[in-house]
Write a protein that binds this ligand. Structure first.
Ligand code: C2E
Ligand code: MG
Ligand code: MG
Length: 724
């Protein structure tokens, strides 16, 4: 392999020491050759001997030079086969062959035939002498001056080539490579720059430490990246040299061994160790330029990788983040793979109840569980909060759910977690990472809606349904702003005497005459989108406004039951808005009843109790709606300061049928009473149901038997025809 700074292409003459200056004597007189060589024989200039080359004509001179491009000095006879043969050869050397370093001493037989001054300049002729002038001493002085000048020029030219090589190398040492690839490339480059290397090592340590780690090594043109294997353990002498450099933070040059020290200014120190048999001390200045240059590259390397980490790593869990997940899907062949999104069920509640520090520990344990559950080589990232993304092969959902059903250790103890999984196959062409991610989120959402521990694989149908929901939501927003949303009022009665006790306000969305979208379809949508907050405030105001109107029209004793969603109750401004509505409508707060479903239990017992207490402070009454369909435990409800229990319609419709429905009503009525609550049965449609409920001691009811939900005017008419 040829060396770039100090050419090794020169032919080695057996009898001469390796380093010598080549002097080319060009003359058509053989005597001149002989006497010149004789006069200079055995001389040493700048530590090197002289080696003589010979040519008898201008033409021959060029041929010899072609074989010896590193010739230092030419002693050129001006007049040979023609009057200007010497000058013609000089012109060819400088202008055709572009050899600018070789020094030329022009000699002529007679004084007075000196070339013109501008010729001397043009061809960069060092010296002009008549042959008579060239006594041994004068000749030697002339040669020494010429060699000095040649050597300076050569250092400059070699340095220039070296610099070019350094700059060229940095094109290949890109900071966006990973450290291992970077190191491999670096060793290939230095092998060309300073080699061939018998051995080369690139190693790294934390700045200030001498405990280093090999990253890559080169031996006989072969580069290896290093792991912990014994092959990669340094020999004693190499280790000592490297440690010495790290301790002193200096480069070391010992015989053929160079250990170049560099650091990135902040984080890591590096040593590039090179054992190069052909090393020459003249190379040290270039090595130090190379080292400075490499230090800068390492600083860039550090900055790039830090930025990369900031951009693509989740700092708190030390795993790739969402951007990294998308990049991975976009850049890697994932055609056989799946993207899984895993969401820890109830994590928000856990976090709220037990604190964020605990939440963080749970997340860390969960990451460990992910690593354990998915096969090695899977890409694990944090999507956001408690949602994680994993790219892996196909794994049955049941297997994954089995893994996640095992308790995870959290701090001292352990905890059972359940997860929802949404997955998508990454097998379509021209689908971007963010599109896949969106689809996986749709599948996850679907899984969550199915309940804790459920998993869903994305299908195009899911995408379609979601688009439909989105368009429904858009329509709902516009309906709300265009007043196609309104309230209907359904009477609630005392079962024993049939007297009206109040109304329940029920929302309606009319899309065209006689055509409605049921609240069971759009209320959840409004809850998910947050639209329920402004809509709920409007409902509160509207219902209280109607209650005030009923009062004014001669029905002062009625109450108004208003459905309130758990999402509204979580809104920090809810109490403030409720207060505002009460004040503006002027109704008595105790005539306003908020209907709340058991799903509120998800907020946690303490929060529910404190919320209920705040509401009660305002004077409003509270009803637990749809009782029996939720999943809260009775002990919860016992602690809630509610006023009324509404038995869900499902249990009432079963009355009379010989199954459990009727029996549940049997149990619930005394239970409500025991808890000190009013009990109201929903969905009474038949006399038989009403009779049975009266027998069982249920005091209040609501249902089509008494009255369907009606507009305000119809409700007023209805009041006129019924007992109040
Ligand atoms: P809910 O609060 O349990 O309301 C009672 C539902 O039962 C109403 O359905 C009502 O029309 C229906 N119903 C009443 N009597 C009978 C009967 O004898 N037979 C049958 N088959 N049904 C009867 P609607 O109006 O469709 O409301 C459904 C649910 O939507 C409500 O259940 C409530 O959870 C929610 N909702 C309705 N209005 C609002 C509202 O203004 N805000 C909120 N957040 N939710 C509301
Ligand atoms: Mg209700
Ligand atoms: Mg209900």
């Amino acid at each position: 392999m040829s060396k770039l700074f100090f050419s090794k292409s020169r032919p080695k003459t057996e009898s001469l020491p390796e380093k010598s200056w080549k002097i080319l004597i060009v003359d058509d007189d053989p005597d001149v050759h002989e006497t010149t060589e004789f006069a200079l024989k055995g001389e040493v200039v700048l530590g090197r001997s002289l080696q003589f080359l010979h040519a008898g004509s201008g033409q021959e001179c060029l041929e010899v030079l072609d074989g010896n491009p590193d010739t230092a000095v030419i002693l050129m006879d001006a007049v040979m086969e023609t009057q200007d043969a010497g000058l013609q050869a000089v012109r060819a050397i400088r202008e055709d062959r572009h050899m600018h370093q070789v020094r030329i001493i022009l000699r002529t037989g007679q004084p007075g035939s000196a070339p013109e001054l501008d010729t001397i300049h043009r061809f960069d002729i060092n010296d002009y002498k008549t042959k008579g002038e060239l006594t041994k001493n004068r000749l030697l002085t002339s040669i020494i001056t010429a060699i000095r000048s040649f050597s300076q020029l050569k250092i400059i030219a070699d340095g220039k080539i070296g610099m070019e090589q350094i700059i060229e190398s940095s094109r290949f040492l890109r900071p966006d490579m990973n450290l291992s690839d970077f190191s491999v490339e670096l060793l290939h480059r230095v092998n060309r720059l300073f080699g061939p290397l018998r051995k080369g090592v690139f190693c790294r340590t934390a700045l200030g430490s001498t405990r280093f780690q090999w990253i890559a090594r080169i031996e006989d043109d072969q580069v290896f990246t290093c792991d912990e294997s014994p092959d990669c353990q340094p020999e004693e002498m190499v280790r000592k040299t490297i440690e010495d450099s790290l301790r002193s933070r200096r480069s070391r040059h010992l015989n053929n061994r160079n250990s170049l020290y560099l650091d990135d200014g902040e984080e890591y120190a590096y040593v590039l160790y090179m054992d190069s048999p052909d090393f020459h001390p003249d190379e040290i200045p270039l090595m130090s330029i190379f080292t400075s240059h490499l230090s800068l590259t390492m600083q860039n390397f550090r900055m790039y990788h830090r930025m990369e980490r900031l951009a693509y790593e989740d700092m708190s869990l030390a795993i790739p983040n969402l951007s990294a997940l998308i990049r991975e899907i976009d850049s890697v062949d994932t055609s056989e793979k799946y993207l899984y999104l895993l969401d820890i069920c109830q994590f928000g509640v856990l976090n709220d109840l037990l604190g964020h520090d605990f939440g963080d520990i749970v997340l860390l344990s969960f990451v460990e569980r992910l690593k354990f559950s998915f096969p090695p080589g899977s890409f694990i990232a944090r999507d956001s909060g408690d949602v994680f993304g994993v790219i892996s092969g196909r794994i049955p959902f049941e297997d994954l759910q089995d893994f996640f059903s095992l308790p995870v250790s959290v701090g001292e103890g352990s905890r059972q977690l359940s997860v929802n999984i949404g997955a998508v196959a990454l097998n379509e062409e021209d689908v971007s990472g963010s599109d896949y991610l969106r689809n996986a989120h749709l599948a996850l959402k679907r899984a969550k809606s199915e309940g804790p521990g459920k998993s869903v694989l994305y299908t195009p149908v899911i995408g379609l349904e979601t688009r439909e929901r989105i368009s429904l939501l858009q329509n709902l927003r516009s309906a709300f702003t265009h007043e196609r949303i309104f309230l209907m009022y359904q009477p609630q009665v005392n079962l024993a005497d049939g007297r009206v006790i109040g109304f329940e306000a029920l929302i309606r969305w009319k899309i065209e005459e006689g055509h409605f979208i049921p609240p069971s379809k759009f209320v959840p949508l409004a809850e998910q989108s947050g639209l329920i907050i402004p809509m709920g405030n409007w409902i509160l105001r509207m219902a209280m406004h109607s209650l005030a109107d009923f009062n004014r029209k001669g029905y002062p004793g009625l109450h108004m039951a208003i459905n309130v969603s758990a999402v509204q109750l979580r809104d920090p401004d809810f109490i403030y808005n409720l207060e505002g509505a009460l004040k503006d409508s002027g109704v008595q707060p105790e005539k306003v009843e908020l209907e709340i479903t058991e799903s509120i239990a998800l907020l946690g017992a303490d929060r529910v109790v404190s919320l209920f207490q705040k509401l009660k402070k305002l004077g409003v009454t509270l009803a637990i709606d749809d009782f029996g369909t939720g999943y809260s435990s009775l002990s919860y409800i016992d602690s809630w300061p509610a006023d009324r229990l509404k038995i869900d319609r499902a249990f009432i419709s079963n009355i009379g049928a010989a199954d459990t429905g009727g029996r549940i009503v049997d149990l619930v009525i005394p239970l409500g009473k025991k808890l000190g609550l009013q009990v109201l049965a929903e969905g009474i449609e038949t006399e038989e149901q009403a009779q049975k409920l009266i027998e069982l001691g249920c005091p209040e009811g609501q249902g089509f038997l008494y009255g369907k939900p009606m507009g305000f005017k119809d409700a007023l008419n209805w009041l006129g025809k019924n007992k109040v």
